[in-house]
Ligand binder design. Structure first.
Ligand code: GDP
Length: 601
């Protein structure tokens, strides 16, 4: 983009690529980041890695120290790698830059024993959608039974040093993962066999526990960025900074501050900035730029130190007035020599770009950041769940009021992703029968909601089935007339279907179905019951007929099904009634259709 083009003479330089870590819960994302930080700390002299706000910078010389023979620093001119400290696709989707992902490159962590899991698929979907290059860290190789560990060894060497048995067990799992990548339309292979990382995904076996494979992983990341992304890493160091809000935080002595990642240019302590807020762009002046004080220097309540400027790519805490309303995931721009309206318009355009499209009828959605709101909305869209309202922030009473206006019960629901529910909102929801769903994993949240919808639909179906006349035919047994009339009481055997009380009874003796009366009650061995099924013998009382006249022993009788009910049963509820009821229904329909082929259609 034009931002990255630098004229001759301008201070142009290459920034560190930004690396994000994604993967299923418990597959080792946090451990992997800790291991990378740990290896870097033990490698370099103190201060070689820099802990920024929300991110860790690992310089090239530290990487080449860890990677040993694998990396020759002379082959690289990118200054190192910047790892985002919060792993997971939630943070990945939150951190955006100019409509794309903020992370330039990603590590997809997959437990070598577990293979792909739901959140692995979700992560892959997000990486695909944002066209983010990635490598797969096949983690926990040290857990293969019989594994012989040696701290920090490159994994290619580590694997070669294992027994044949261990190698073949590990390979089996690795090929499983390669197969799962191929199911996702990625051609993948062990990283040492990949020639072109642009068209193939490299799989790097690692252990976040023993550090085995970390040298290889860092080498592949460096190589991938150097080879394919060098141009995108060119920034104008003196230019006004562009960044993304990672989190809105309260910082002692400063009030509301933002933790941001700067991915272009420089931000200085005297800059005017524009930040995306709930109600639109916020224009404000930087009061202080803060970085964590090195651990050794922390005195009580003096966790941060002021810095004069921050150059991309880095994390930084920015203190400025009016930031309460800032949103995680929103853009941050330094104004510097540009007209303020231009910068405001740019921020506004980016905010609009992230808005979620809504419909007249649907669920109400809340999420903690714009990026997560967008990710949730896109997953809801895939699940064909319409959205009526989508906003960033905790669930408040007005969200309940909004959800309440939905027309259908299933849409009177609020899906909250990674947000809190305010107490009065919870009370109001209870009162107004608005259902609240909360989770910090998107697919779980949607799963819970879908279960709820299924429950509603089942209940509705049951309600329909309860109110609809069910097919049944039965035979009056010989020598089982208990009462002649008013009402007639006879013993019957159900020949098919479900016989219920309070239904009209017909026979098909003539051309036309002939109504014989109303079935009032059913008795099974002297007890009143509501219904009887195929094969059962019960006594029934029928209002209307006299035994020996309108009905007689040996007669076959049918429940009269109103035409409308017959139609619903045949066309909509076929799957909800038993095979035996379906059979009776079809016989019943045949009897009518002999006379009128369109009956019940
Ligand atoms: P996350 O949820 O993806 O961040 O996973 P964590 O990093 O919290 O790891 C989950 C569990 O797996 C923890 O108990 C880790 O100690 C363990 N773990 C992670 N990586 C490895 C590994 O490479 N080897 C072994 N043996 N355990 C690991």
């Amino acid at each position: 983009s034009e931002h990255h083009q630098t004229e001759q003479g301008e201070a142009s330089s290459l920034r560190t690529p930004i690396v994000a870590v994604l993967g299923h819960v418990d597959h080792g994302k946090t451990s992997l980041l800790d291991q990378i930080r740990g290896s870097a700390v033990s490698e370099g002299e103190a201060g070689a890695i820099t802990q920024h706000i929300g991110s860790t910078a690992v310089p090239l010389d530290v990487i080449s120290g860890i990677a040993g023979d694998l990396v020759d620093p002379d082959d690289f001119d990118l200054p190192g790698l910047l790892f985002i400290d919060t792993p997971g696709h939630h943070s990945f989707s939150t951190l955006r830059s100019r409509g794309g992902a903020l992370a330039d490159i990603a590590i997809l962590v997959v437990d070598v024993n577990d293979g792909f899991q739901p959140q692995t698929h979700e992560a892959v979907d997000i990486l695909k959608r944002t066209s983010t290059p990635f490598v797969v860290a096949a983690n926990k190789i040290d857990t293969v039974p019989g594994w012989n560990p040696e701290e920090g060894r490159p994994s290619k060497l580590a694997i070669e040093a294992q027994s044949d048995r261990v190698q073949s067990d590990l390979n089996e799992n690795l090929y499983e993962i390669i197969g799962q990548l191929s199911d996702e339309d990625f051609s993948a292979d062990m990283y040492w066999r990949v020639q072109n990382f642009q068209s193939n995904i490299g799989v790097v076996p690692v252990s976040a526990e023993t550090g085995e494979g970390i040298p290889d992983l860092l080498t592949v990341l460096m190589g991938l960025s150097q080879r394919y992304m060098k141009e995108e890493m060119a920034i104008d160091v003196d230019g006004p900074a562009a960044g993304t809000v990672l989190e809105v935080t309260d910082t002692q002595g400063f009030g509301a501050t933002i933790d941001a990642v700067i991915y272009d240019g420089t931000i200085r302590e005297d800059d005017q900035i524009v930040v995306g807020g709930q109600a639109g762009p916020i224009v404000t002046d930087v009061r202080a730029l803060l970085q964590p004080r090195p651990l050794s220097e922390i005195r009580s309540d003096d966790e941060f130190e002021k810095v004069d400027e921050v150059v991309a790519a880095q994390g930084v805490k920015v203190a400025a007035p009016d930031l309460d309303d800032a949103m995680a995931g929103a853009p941050v721009r330094v104004v510097r020599d540009r007209p303020i309206e231009e910068v405001v318009a740019e921020v506004k355009a980016e905010l609009e770009d992230i808005q979620v499209s809504t419909e007249e009828e649907g669920v109400t959605v809340k999420a903690d950041t714009l990026g997560s709101l967008e990710a949730l909305a896109s997953t809801l869209e895939e699940a064909e769940i319409p959205i009526m309202s989508a906003e960033v922030g905790d669930v408040a009473p007005r969200d309940v009021r909004m959800a309440e206006t939905a027309d259908t019960e299933k849409h009177q629901a609020i899906l909250g992703f990674n947000v809190d529910v305010l107490d009065d909102a919870r009370e109001l929801a209870e009162q107004e029968s608005v259902r609240l769903f909360e989770h910090d994993v998107i697919y779980r949240l949607i799963e819970q909601y879908e279960e709820h919808v299924e429950e509603i639909e089942r209940a509705q179906q049951e309600q329909v089935l309860e109110n609809i006349t069910r097919p049944a035919r039965f035979k009056i047994l010989d020598d089982h007339t208990f009462r002649q009339s008013d009402p007639a009481v006879v013993g019957v055997e159900i020949r098919g279907g479900l016989l219920r009380r309070n239904t009209r009874i017909v026979n098909f003796d003539g051309d036309e179905p002939e109504r014989v009366g109303q079935l009032k009650s059913i008795q099974d061995e002297g007890e009143d019951v509501d219904e009887a099924r195929t094969g059962e013998r019960v006594a029934v009382s029928i209002d209307g007929p006299t035994v020996g006249r309108q009905i007689k022993e040996g007669d076959e009788l049918w429940v009269e099904i109103p035409e409308k009910h017959a139609k619903i049963l045949e066309q909509e509820l076929g799957d909800d009634i038993s095979a035996d009821e379906r059979e009776v229904l079809s016989m019943y329909l045949d009897k009518h259709r002999n006379r009128d082929p369109f009956w019940g259609k």
